[in-house]
Design a protein around this ligand. Structure first.
Ligand code: NAD
Length: 732
């Protein structure tokens, strides 16, 4: 009795290998899958009554790739020394098991046709590529692709070898090195699949091919096979292209990402070899990547922990789901307009309120403008755009909110203004409705107290531009109820955002975390570190936007207003810091507000180009001896590590997973590091503490390691894995 791959043979001798797990509603690929597919292929090879086979899936998603639970278990064990000590030969054999089975399938002497009835990513696409014929259903939304590179790996089931042999080395590059998900049409055009037919004809077409054509030998196993265009890695054009691609890759990734580099090596070495040898090369590079902490950290954060967040790991149990047909948004500015547009595209109506009709209409205008662009690019039809636009209802009248279950408040960052809005909202909303403030930094618990129902109040911190940024940071006020949290999470999910949940505290998590990076960078400016060195060190660390660029984008005036507010709040206790003085000088005295008025750390020209403002060197004379890139990078990253550890120690973070996911998806922490907690685990907590001590002695108390880190180092604990620390927030 099989549980994963079910074989049936029809009267014509055509076997169907049906991938349909009985133990799961997703076709995941684990050891059980491997055993059963191997048995099925042996039967196919050995049974003379079978002429050929159709490989297809019994689930809507053709195959869901590797099994999450198995990966998580192996991640945890790869942190213990027993697994690290696994002999290389054994590891290689284990990693090559899918590759070996698929190779056996394509050389077993019987033709196999793949009937792709649903999305096949990763291992699913690799199965298809190993079949002799590939036909996909014309169902909308079917995707094919090899996204392994996005978690620091390469497709280890033959993908790096079959793709270039099918479509050529150059065309294979974006497929493998960027991990693009391709529509069936695109895959057909590129030559990765043979045909697209109506879903109802899928199996018949696979069978037709087996009976009428049925060639059991892959092109690359035929005598005289040449890569498409005859262009092997050593032909002058391809060799030159590989050299240039490698240089471009390193210019873009600064040697931080081992996976695309390994894929490039597979593309260079593999196609010079016969397939069996080429697959060995692939397995070797796969194993190197697997042993690298980059893949472990990316898998943990971007696959496992992001997956848990998407499944709402912090959603309290036993509370009915809320389905949102209509929400309210107050404040139709940059954020409010973005939220309304994003919701409208997902079928959720928005009552969009501003202080006057013109401002509300302007918010809707944002959606109209974006939709025009989509129409021009052929992404949307006029009719579709009209339907989307009709879901946004601009108004000044709060009466339209009488039946909504949640309102996002996105007015100016002003406590008194927000308090007034809360009271106005409570007057019209149903008693259980949630008010979610999109504030970037004002304390949620205080904002909640402005109204009579603080239990219904929560923070939902979206990022700009809302329609593109994948994260929402949900902030619990002191009195936020479990029902309110559940509703906010349900909306996040309906908006297809990844939610992290944090406790209230200055700057929540993401704002304080990016603040630590910017602050340390500005401290360096005041010390006379070359601003270009600072910007470039950030880029070399893999941070997408340099700290001075970010400061100019956010606006130095915004930072100045915030610091003036802090000065007023703290009264006599206020001690001006070097960055306070810097911002006061630039924004307060010199009127350099950033990109918005064409002058900040950079000077902006009419044509949009910019260069660092030379006046900085007069204000902060350059150090005679500049620090190394490494020291600058270390200061930026450690400022964030310490801050993340403090956010954990202070109970702001409920779980290290939230910090890791939030840092990458929200504020551009380098993905290859897996987030601050994964990074600290990789370095080793004791080593992190030692480095903090060194940095604190040289550069100041911002690097003082919190007691939590010292205790963890003493007890040999980490943030993830088998010996993980219990987050202080969970103890309270
Ligand atoms: P914005 O200035 O673009 O928009 C604010 C809107 O609020 C304006 O349209 C304004 O007319 C409206 N408004 C002001 N008073 C009002 C009132 N009494 N009634 C109704 N509407 C009123 O600001 P924004 O960038 O969209 O920011 C909104 C909120 O989101 C702020 O709290 C901000 O801190 C937060 N936030 C901003 C960003 C960002 O990148 N801009 C990111 C995350 C969070």
């Amino acid at each position: 009795m099989t549980e994963v791959i079910h074989v049936s043979v029809d009267a014509d001798g055509i076997a169907t290998l049906l991938f349909d797990r009985r133990d799961s509603n997703m076709n995941v690929m684990d050891m059980k899958f491997m055993d059963e597919i191997e048995a099925a292929i042996e039967r196919l090879a050995g049974d003379d009554a079978i002429k050929g086979a159709i490989f297809t899936s019994g689930k809507p998603v053709f195959a869901a790739g590797a099994d999450l639970k198995q990966i998580e278990a192996s991640l945890n064990s790869s942190q213990n020394s027993a697994d690290r000590d696994t002999p290389v030969a054994e590891r290689l054999a284990r990693n090559a098991s899918l590759s070996r089975v698929l190779r056996r399938m394509e050389t077993c002497g019987k033709p196999v046709a793949c009937a792709i009835n649903g999305t096949a990513l990763g291992g699913g696409t690799e199965i298809a590529l190993a079949c002799h014929y590939r036909v996909a259903a014309d169902a909308r939304g079917i995707r094919l692709g090899l996204p392994e590179v996005q978690v620091g790996l390469l497709p280890g089931g033959g993908g790096t070898q079959r793709v270039p042999r099918l479509i050529g080395i150059q065309a294979a590059m974006p497929v493998l090195m960027e991990g693009q998900a391709l529509s069936a049409e695109k895959a057909l055009k590129m030559g990765l699949i043979h045909r697209i037919v109506p879903a109802a004809d899928l199996i018949a077409e696979a069978k037709r091919w087996l009976i009428e054509e049925g060639d059991p030998v892959q092109p690359w196993d035929k005598k005289g096979y040449k890569l498409p265009g005859g262009a092997g890695p050593s032909s002058p054009a391809v060799a030159q292209m590989l050299v240039v691609s490698n240089a471009m890759l390193q210019a873009k990734t600064f040697h931080n990402l081992p996976a695309p580099k390994a894929i490039l090596s597979c593309l260079y070495e593999g196609p010079q070899l016969p397939m069996d040898k080429a697959l060995e090369v692939e397995a070797k590079y796969f194993t190197l990547l697997q042993l690298d902490p980059v893949s472990r950290n990316m898998i943990r954060t971007l696959f496992i922990n992001k997956g848990k967040a998407d499944k709402l790991m912090h959603r309290p149990a036993g509370i009915a789901r809320t389905t949102f047909r209509r929400i309210g948004v107050v404040g139709a500015g940059l954020m409010g307009a973005g939220i309304a547009f994003h919701c409208a595209r997902l079928g959720i109506e928005t009552v969009l309120i501003d202080r006057d009709r013109q401002a509300a209409d302007k918010g809707k205008g944002y959606a109209a403008k974006r939709l025009e662009r989509d129409i021009a690019k052929g992404r949307t039809s006029r009719d579709e755009a009209d339907v989307i636009l009709a879901r946004i209802h601009p108004t000044t009248d709060y009466a339209g909110l009488a039946e909504v279950e949640l309102v996002v408040e996105a007015v100016f960052e002003d406590r008194a203004l927000k308090a007034g809005i809360t009271r106005k909202l409570e007057a019209v909303l149903p008693a259980h409705a949630v008010i979610a403030s999109n504030t970037s930094a004002l304390p949620i618990s205080e904002l909640a107290e402005a109204g009579a129902r603080p239990q219904n109040f929560i923070g939902m911190h979206f990022f700009s531009p809302v329609e593109r940024m994948p994260l929402v940071e949900i902030i619990l006020g002191r009195r936020t109820s479990p029902e309110t949290l559940a509703r906010a999470l349900d909306l996040a999910q309906a908006m297809k955002k990844t939610p992290i949940v944090v406790n209230d505290g200055p700057g929540f998590f993401t704002s304080r975390f990016i603040g630590a990076y910017i602050n340390e960078s500005l401290v360096m400016v005041t010390e006379g570190v070359n601003p270009a060195l600072i910007e470039n060190a950030a880029k070399m660390a893999g941070i997408p936007v340099g700290p001075l660029t970010v400061s100019d984008e956010i606006g130095l005036d915004t930072a100045w207003h915030a610091s003036q507010q802090r000065k007023r709040d703290e009264g006599d206790a206020f001690v001006p810091t070097p960055t306070f003085r810097l911002v006061e000088k630039l924004a307060g005295e010199l009127g350099r507000h950033g990109r918005k008025n064409g002058k900040g750390f950079f000077a902006y020209a009419e044509d949009g180009s910019k260069k660092l403002w030379p006046g900085l060197a007069e204000l902060f004379p350059p150090l005679a001896e500049q620090p190394t890139v490494d020291e600058v990078r270390t200061r930026m990253l450690y400022a964030q590590l310490v801050d993340a550890a403090r956010a954990m120690a202070d109970g702001v973070l409920l779980d290290p997973a939230d910090g890791d996911v939030g840092s990458i998806l929200g504020v551009g922490f380098p993905a290859y590091l897996g987030g601050p907690f994964s990074m600290m685990d990789t370095i080793g907590i004791a080593e992190v503490v030692a480095e903090c001590d060194r940095l604190a002695a040289r550069h100041g108390a911002q690097f003082a390691a919190p007691q939590l880190l010292r205790d963890m180092a003493a007890e040999g604990l980490s943030f993830h894995g088998a010996r993980r620390v219990t987050p202080p927030a969970a103890v309270r």
